[in-house]
Design a protein. Structure first.
Length: 360
C-alpha cells in the first residue's frame, strides 16, 4: 500500500487512534447492544458523550464557568446568521466586522440580511496580511465585533488578543479551534464548524459568555435561539449524535497527547518545518506577511506556475493528497491540522526538496 498523507483543508484528517476507536465502537457500543448511531440521544450511553465532551472542552480550553458550550447544526455558515440574530439588541442595532479573507468576507456579506454591518477594515483584494490595527476604523455604537481567527483559504491567523473598549468579541474559529491555548481574553462568543480541527462535519461548536446568552430572549424560534440550546443542553431536538461522539473522541485524544500546550508546540514545529522549506530560496513562495502566517493552513506557489499542476500530480502519485489551493485563489496549500503528524510534514518537506531538485 502507498502511504497516504492527507493535507486536506476540510473535511480533513482525523487522528489515527480516533479512527481505530470508531472502528471498535461501531458494531456495538461497549461490546454490547447497538452502536451509538442506533440508540436514543437521551439514553445513558449518549449522556456520557454529552457530559464528557463538556468536561474535556472546559478543561482543555480552560473555560471559566461563565461560558456555556452549545452543539448546533448548520455549519459555521449558519452562525453567520445566528450570531446577528441572537446578539443584536434591537432592530436598529449595528455590528462591526473585520474582513481579513474569504471567510470573514462571507460572514460580513451574510450580516447584511440582518443589519447594516460596519466594516472596520478589509485586507481585500490581496489578503496577504491582517489589516494593521492602526488602520481599523473602530466605532462604539456596535453590539459586537466579528473576526475570523484563521482564514483557511488565505492562510492568515490572529496571534494576539483583540480588545476594543470591551465590545464583545465574536470569533469564527472553525479552522484553528484547539490548535493552541486561546489567545483571547474574555471573548464574547466563539464558533467552529467541526470538520477541520475538531471532528467530522455535521456539528458546530458554539462557546458563549453568559451575559450574551441573555440577549437571545424569547423573540427567536427555538432552533435559532442560543438560550434555548443552553437551557436544553443542546438536546432540544435530535443532535448529530455520530459527529458529536467523534468530537468527544478527538477531545480525549488531545488530552492523551498532553493537552493543548503539547499540541500547540507540535503545531509550531510542523509549521516551522514547512515555512522554512518554502522560504529557503525562491523556488517556492508564501504570499503572506510573516507576522500574519497561519499555523494551520499554508498556501504556497511555485515560481514557475506551470509546474504547479505537475507538483500536484507527482505528489498524488506519492500519496500526498489535498494539496491543491482553494479554487478561488489557485496555487497550492497544505493544511497542518492537529491530526497531521510531524512525520507527515517531514515527508512533505522531503518530497518538496526532491521536486525542486528535479525541476529547479
Ligand atoms: C470552513 C469554514 C467555514 C464554513 O464552514 P461550514 O461548516 O461549511 O459552514 C467558515 N469559516 C471558516 C473559517 C472556515 O474555515
Amino acid at each position: 500500500m502507498t502511504p497516504c498523507y492527507n493535507f486536506s483543508a476540510g473535511p480533513s484528517l482525523l487522528p489515527e487512534p480516533v479512527v481505530q476507536q470508531i472502528r471498535e465502537d461501531l458494531p456495538n457500543w461497549n461490546g454490547q447492544g447497538p452502536s451509538i448511531m442506533e440508540i436514543s440521544h437521551r439514553s445513558k450511553a449518549f449522556d456520557e458523550v454529552v457530559e464528557e465532551s463538556q468536561t474535556l472542552l472546559r478543561e482543555l480550553l480552560q473555560l471559566p464557568d461563565n461560558y456555556q458550550i452549545l452543539w448546533m447544526q448548520g455549519g459555521a455558515s449558519s452562525q453567520f446568521s445566528l450570531v446577528p440574530m441572537n446578539l443584536l439588541k434591537g432592530p436598529d442595532s449595528k455590528a462591526a466586522y473585520l474582513v481579513s479573507g474569504s471567510w470573514s468576507q462571507k460572514a460580513f456579506d451574510t450580516a447584511h440580511y440582518h443589519t447594516q454591518p460596519h466594516l472596520i477594515a478589509s485586507g481585500a483584494p490581496d489578503f496577504d496580511r491582517l489589516p494593521p490595527r492602526k488602520l481599523w476604523e473602530v466605532r462604539e455604537d456596535v453590539d459586537y465585533l466579528h473576526i475570523t481567527s484563521n482564514e483557511t483559504i488565505h492562510g492568515i491567523q490572529f496571534h494576539h488578543n483583540v480588545n476594543i473598549n470591551d465590545i464583545p468579541l465574536v470569533i469564527d474559529g472553525s479552522s484553528d479551534i484547539l490548535c493552541r491555548p486561546l489567545p483571547y481574553d474574555n471573548f464574547g462568543l466563539l464558533y467552529a464548524g467541526a470538520q477541520k480541527n475538531l471532528g467530522p462535519a455535521g456539528v458546530t461548536l458554539v462557546i458563549i459568555r453568559d451575559d450574551l446568552l441573555e440577549r437571545s430572549g424569547d423573540r427567536l424560534a427555538p432552533m435559532f435561539n442560543y438560550q434555548n440550546f443552553a437551557t436544553k443542553k443542546s438536546l432540544y431536538n435530535t443532535p448529530p449524535v455520530f459527529s458529536w461522539y467523534v468530537c468527544n473522541l478527538v477531545l480525549r485524544w488531545i488530552k492523551a497527547e498532553g493537552g493543548i500546550e503539547a499540541i500547540h508546540r507540535q503545531n509550531q514545529n510542523k509549521a516551522f518545518a514547512l515555512y522554512s522549506e518554502i522560504g529557503r530560496d525562491d523556488f517556492y513562495h508564501n504570499p503572506v506577511e510573516i507576522a500574519s502566517r497561519s499555523l494551520m493552513n499554508v498556501p504556497f506557489r511555485i515560481h514557475k506556475p506551470e509546474l504547479e499542476a505537475r507538483f500536484l500530480a507527482e505528489a498524488e502519485a506519492a500519496g500526498f493528497i489535498g494539496l491543491k489551493g482553494h479554487r478561488s485563489v489557485g496555487g497550492l496549500r497544505a493544511s497542518l491540522y492537529n491530526a497531521v503528524t510531524p512525520h507527515h510534514v517531514f515527508a512533505l518537506v522531503k518530497f518538496m526538496q526532491n521536486f525542486k531538485k528535479q525541476h529547479g
